[in-house]
Design a protein around this ligand. Structure first.
Ligand code: ATP
Length: 587
């Protein structure tokens, strides 16, 4: 497919906001794509070059892009800037200049380069990859040169999207899930394969790989064949909430009860060629944990495996676990080796999902745990088998829970002994019980992870911080709905930090996926990026918040830099929490 044709599809997608329509357009696009290019087309439509876990940050700075545009069309950078100030979108600016430039002799600018108008998608993709991969001395100039050359060669519409992709601002208004629906639609003409495609994505978090499999096997068989793949993250299983020990046992039967660690979820892929470590956000953080990488060689008795567990910082003096915020410090610090000494880490492994060529996710936990116990020792210095008790007695569960709280942990996770591993699901196979849930009266059963949708200036003392409150939302399918406005619980530092970050994330207009009541509109809209964990006293019905419910007496617990917006709490989950206030556990 030519990139010109692909851009026409992008244009169509941009013109439509109905999810159904978008799905249908994507299906047509995918049907036309060849087997060798469909994965790239999936990534490009999401505004990326690679699956998100590969984390190739190819974003070009705006200034750099302005230079590339100026160079491509032989104009002054000032002129580009002025047009950009008018339009607010460098993609449109580049497209306009391209149209104005039409007919002029491009060869003058690029010597031997001939305008190629209809570049093939694969060719354009390789060019973009080359821009992204430029590094080292002189790379800025080389990036600008390559980009300018590409802009000169493509048609106006292609130029619009190329610029947006490279700026990280594609924003066609849909996520991986809609791409999966598009693939289902391509096979059956409807979304009926959604569960299958989503299951496949949960096992191999790479829409491109799934699309390629479908194309290669001409349909549904490609989905059924998906198995965990070393090096590609599996979306981690999550926990449900149940308020009391009795109900947990009633619902799950025989359970393994484990401490609920308040650290960082880490999925470790061990293979002969090396190790990859992913966070719950599918971010590759291998380089941040050299201690785990080294310890694997010494402490683990297996050649190839995928482990699931939690990394926890340990205070070298008191030997106690460090709070979450301290543990993730090493993620932010540059000098990882010295931080690794300062904050030694223990990796508590609580599951094994793959071993020496075999997927274990369909095996019952009983069997997985047996294999895990043969692989990882409870006495490991760094890599350590998570302790657990087996029981069907609510009193034992409660007692174990109280012990964990005494030890400074968050609570417990109860796991159905006979259950399979459910990638990406918040199912009733794993249930968490935290301190605040068991407290009688006051406080919601759990905190809510909200996306910060916008900020409003402060008054009085807070005027100095730049931000006085923020609008917080939760997920409703592909959209975000508001649930509260928060101005309390933030330290001065957090206000300042939020102000700094909002400068980078601010956007002119309300994004399409934000559903916000007119009266709740903030001073400044932010791109969905920051996730805030919020505690509240209770949830009430609301006519001003588009969630239909609102958090009462909300306060910020912390910014969750380990989460991305696609993992924010959903409206369905909040509705369950709402029901739990009246003793209705849901589920
Ligand atoms: P919370 O906000 O309550 O910390 P969460 O939003 O981090 O929860 P949940 O799905 O509620 O995510 O709980 C699962 C998380 O609990 C996992 O992502 C993992 O990081 C953590 N966890 C700690 N200990 C365990 C354990 N023993 N087994 C499974 N997950 C555990």
């Amino acid at each position: 497919m030519t990139f010109k044709k692909l851009s026409q599809y992008f244009f169509l997608l941009e013109q439509n906001s109905s999810r159904l329509k978008i799905t249908e357009i994507l299906a047509r696009l995918f049907a036309q794509a060849g087997e060798e290019e469909i994965d790239k087309i999936c990534y490009l439509s999401l505004g990326r070059l690679l699956p998100s876990y590969r984390g190739l940050e190819f974003q070009m700075a705006e200034k750099m892009m302005q230079k590339a545009i100026a160079k491509a069309f032989g104009i002054d950078q000032e002129k580009v800037l002025r047009r950009y100030q008018e339009k607010g979108d460098l993609g449109l600016v580049a497209e306009e200049f391209k149209e104005e430039f039409k007919g002029k002799k491009q060869a003058l600018l690029f010597g031997e380069d001939k305008p190629v108008g209809d570049g093939e998608t694969l060719w354009v993709y390789e060019e973009l990859l080359a821009v992204a991969n430029e590094a080292g001395e002189g790379s800025v100039e080389r990036k600008i040169g390559k980009m300018a050359s590409l802009l000169g060669k493509l048609d106006g519409l292609s130029v619009r999207y190329i610029v947006r992709i490279l700026l990280g601002k594609m924003r066609l208004g849909f996520s991986e899930m809609t791409v999966l629906d598009g693939l289902s639609w391509m096979i059956t003409g409807d979304k009926s394969l959604r569960l299958l495609t989503e299951d496949a994505y949960n096992v191999v978090a790479d829409v491109g790989e799934i699309a390629r499999n479908i194309k290669a096997s001409k349909g549904i068989e490609g989905l059924r064949k998906i198995k965990p793949k070393l090096g590609t993250p599996i979306i981690p299983a999550l926990c449900q909430r149940i308020g009391t020990a009795e109900e947990i046992v009633e619902k799950l039967g025989k359970i393994a009860v484990e401490p609920k660690y308040d650290g960082t979820r880490l999925q470790v892929h061990l293979r002969k060629q090396g190790v990859s470590i992913f966070t719950r956000n599918l971010e590759n953080v291998t380089h941040m944990f050299p201690d785990i990488v080294q310890a694997l060689k010494k402490e683990v008795k297996v050649e190839e495996a995928i482990f699931d567990g939690e990394g926890l910082g340990i205070d070298p003096k008191t030997k106690k676990y460090l709070p979450f915020q301290e543990t993730i410090k090493r993620k932010r610090k540059h000098n990882i080796a010295s931080t690794a000494k300062e904050i030694p880490l223990k990796y508590f492994v609580f599951d094994i999902l793959y071993e020496n060529g075999e997927s274990l996710i369909k095996e019952p936990f009983e069997k997985r745990r047996k294999i895990l116990a043969q692989t990882v020792s409870a006495k490991g210095k760094v890599i350590c088998l998570s302790p657990q008790i087996l029981t069907s007695d609510p009193n034992k569960l409660r007692q174990y829970h109280d012990e964990q709280i005494k030890n400074g942990l968050e609570g417990i996770v109860a796991k159905k002994w006979q259950s399979v591993y459910e990638p990406g699901r918040r199912g009733f196979h794993w249930v968490k019980l935290k301190q605040e849930m068991t407290k009688k009266g006051g406080g919601l059963a759990d905190t809510v992870d909200c996306v910060i949708m916008g900020v409003t200036r402060g008054k009085g003392k807070r005027a100095g911080f730049g931000v006085g409150s923020f609008l917080a939302g939760i997920r409703k399918n592909d959209k975000y709905v508001t649930i509260t406005n928060i101005g309390t619980g933030l330290s001065d530092e957090q206000f300042k930090d939020l102000n700094k970050r909002s400068k980078k994330l601010k956007i002119k207009e309300k994004p399409r996926m934000y559903l916000v009541d007119k009266n709740q509109e903030p001073d400044t809209w932010l791109e969905p990026e920051i996730v805030a964990e919020i505690q509240a006293d209770n949830i009430t019905k609301s006519s001003i918040h588009t969630a239909g419910v609102a958090l009462r007496f909300p306060r910020l617990i912390r910014f969750r830099d380990d989460r991305d917006p696609s993992q924010a709490t959903t409206l369905g989950e909040v509705e369950k929490l709402y029901g739990m206030q009246f003793g209705n556990e849901g589920g």
